[in-house]
Design a protein around this ligand. Structure first.
Ligand code: SAM
Length: 199
């Protein structure tokens, strides 16, 4: 089942692709964008290509290898000169709390789990993920959005998603819209998407 959007075909069963629909709309006006798990830089590249003039993007990762790969990917692609990028090598909970403390964030994204092609032992941890989301929520602009792709296909990923669901279900509905999107007829626990918006 495919959906045409702006000339691109989106696979609606794929959380990573489906979130592009949300990002595309956010990027029309976003001034500050944060990739809290920049990994190999694919998501950051996608966002940078859609960034408007004077948009600033942050790429955060706990692994230096990921920061280096992302930097190289972004440098080897033509990003508009008015778009600026800062990479932060730190855990996202700390980076958002300290380095981004004065920012108002329009879009923040998380792609949980491990670095593809990297060390599978270095995975996102529920308490750090939740702390980083919590920090991000405090800094969101009006109508600002956080997207989170979780990977329940591994035991650790499943547990992380359970913690996330319990945290997100308790967010005040007067302040945030919180949605959960997931494929319904797929085997093997495919990735699931959470979308948060400041009201
Ligand atoms: N968005 C990436 C892309 O487009 O290539 C993929 C991200 S990958 C699934 C998850 C990343 O999260 C890994 O690179 C890993 O190093 C990073 N990570 C794990 N724990 C982290 C933490 N506490 N803070 C920041 N990054 C973390």
């Amino acid at each position: 089942p495919n959906l045409k959007w702006g000339g691109f075909v989106i696979n609606i069963n794929n959380a990573v692709q489906f979130q592009h629909l949300i990002w595309d709309r956010c990027m029309e006006n976003a001034k500050v964008v944060v990739d809290a798990t920049c990994g190999n830089g694919h998501d950051l590249l996608y966002l940078s290509k859609r960034a408007q003039k004077a948009c600033h993007l942050y790429g955060i990762d706990i692994q230096m290898k990921a920061i280096k790969t992302s930097k190289e990917l972004l440098q080897s692609n033509d990003i508009a000169p008015e778009v600026s990028l800062t990479f932060i090598h730190d855990s996202h909970d700390l980076a958002v709390a300290h380095q981004l403390k004065d920012e108002v964030i329009d879009l923040m994204i998380f792609n949980l789990g491990y670095l593809p092609g990297g060390d599978h032992q270095v995975v996102t941890k529920p308490h750090q993920t939740i702390d980083a989301i919590n920090e991000g929520l405090q800094k969101l602009s009006k109508s600002g959005v956080i997207t989170i792709v979780a990977y329940p296909g591994t035991t650790e990923g499943f547990e992380e998603m359970q913690s996330l669901k319990s945290y997100l279900s308790d967010l005040d509905q007067k302040i945030y819209n919180v949605c959960h999107w997931h494929p319904m007829n797929q085997i093997h626990n495919p990735p699931e998407l959470f979308i948060l918006q400041k009201r």
